[in-house]
Design a protein around this ligand. Sequence first.
Ligand code: SF4
Ligand code: SF4
Length: 147
Amino acid sequence: MILLEKIKKFYYLKILKRRYYRYGKCNMCGRCCKNIYVWHEKKVISSKEEFEKIKNKSSYSFYKHIRITGKDDFGLIFSCDKFDEEKKLCKDHKKRPSICKNYPNEKIFSFGASLYDDCGYSFKPIESFDEVYKKISKKPPKNYETR
Ligand code: SF4
Ligand code: SF4
């Protein structure tokens, strides 16, 4: 592996604490602005009451622009009023919140969600299965005692 690649890998794994590289670009399908799960305090918002409470307490303007359109096994599904259906673009694209700028984020995998089939992005694990397996094999099992 060339040095630059090694540095990149180290930076992503150890500094950014990522597990995936992200590839591709947005093809402006707009699905992520119309089918949104909202992650709040390490979980997805799953009830209307919870959302109302968060919205009322928070100064985060993003909450003011989204409305509930459904619910599934993961949680509530929201649609954002700032999405321009004709232009297929955010009406406030330059000032869109960081949650939107950073989408898609590998965090979606932690609650079992995945990318939309037609999303222009894809993710690839930074470490191969063999690399992860080797690491795990080196670690002593829990309750392992050394004398
Ligand atoms: S789902 Fe993917 S391709 Fe579609 S608008 Fe969102 S980021 Fe872009
Ligand atoms: S603020 Fe813009 S980019 Fe973010 S969800 Fe709404 S329409 Fe999409």
